[in-house]
Design a protein around this ligand. Sequence first.
Ligand code: ATP
Ligand code: MG
Length: 386
Amino acid sequence: MTSSAIQPGATLGVMGGGQLGRMFVHAAQRMGYFTAVLDPDADSPAGRVSHRHVHADYLDDKGLAELAACSDAITTEFENVPAPALARLALRRPVAPGARAVGIAQDRSLEKAHFKGCGVPCAPYALIATQQQLDAVPPSLLPGILKTSRLGYDGKGQQRVKTLGELAAAWNELKRVPCVLEKMLPLAAECSVIVARGADGKMVNLPPQLNLHRAGILAVTEVSEGTIPAAQAAQAIAATESIAHGLGYVGVLCVEFFVLADGSLVVNEMAPRPHNSGHWSMDGCDVSQFELQVRTLAGLPLTQPRQHSPVVMLNLLGDLWFRDGAERTPAWDAVLELPGTHLHLYGKLGARPGRKMGHLNVTAATAQQARETALAAAALLGIEPF
Ligand code: ATP
Ligand code: MG
């Protein structure tokens, strides 16, 4: 072990108290660390399980000072944690990922420029920040998706547009904030890759994930040998590594890709943190994406994770808590009777349609068995078959 590693018994801090922070906290605590979470919400999923909860806004000076004072190193779990807050923390403590990488990931135009610089193609696009840029949009970008440059997630801040008239109306609706218009691509599939990179530049990766989105939100992830053709998987891993390397990245990074009909890959976006599509690793892999985050933050060794079971992950959205307008508890008993089902709920207080409440990992000896069990679980829960 390197002498600079932060040893168990120390305190790891995290900016953001959502479900990703909660699963980071669980992984850190399992390894003997204490944890501190900064989040403005008193009932945040991570704040409620952390040893310490700094109850403050992300840019609150006093809160940031308190987090820095009690943490030996600090990470982030929430895409939209202001980069300047991370820069401020970095004056006092090691922070990973750094403010620069997070700042690039937070801005679709900077992010696309970085992809280009790494030689990884993305969908044709145009920036729309002014009326002149709107007027200059080539019709070849339509039909397209207008996305706010900043602060989007789970399909929020996005509008699909078919004509220049719809585009203008959509931009007005998005309050004319800086946006990118992306050409709508015919997707054969979507996949993502998670890498972890240490301060010494060493990188390890999880096997690429096949992802199904519904209404802009991840619904199902499948990971088993052969789900993604080997050559495509290798290409996606190489592209993700070059994106991480180009950022001088330290931490866990997820890159999402579109797969076109001819099998070619186009990068969609990156997340400077563990990602929903990597949740399968908690039950299907010997090292989860959250343990990787702990290891990169603490400067512990990185070893290549090994998948031990085929997995299907089902996202559990708030919609499942409602049927015919009435609130209900999903049929957990029946689901847990199926072999190889692993339930993860995030302790969120109110279910709302589209809200990520938890996920279900289904492991089995074979990919086909995992899929069959996941389909049975989906039927019990009211999730559309896939
Ligand atoms: P998140 O951060 O939760 O992944 P987001 O709000 O940043 O989501 P995107 O990843 O940009 O959203 O898009 C969400 C989904 O919408 C994609 O996974 C894909 O299914 C679809 N989509 C987005 N852009 C395009 C495109 N240019 N062509 C076709 N489909 C697209
Ligand atoms: Mg996305």
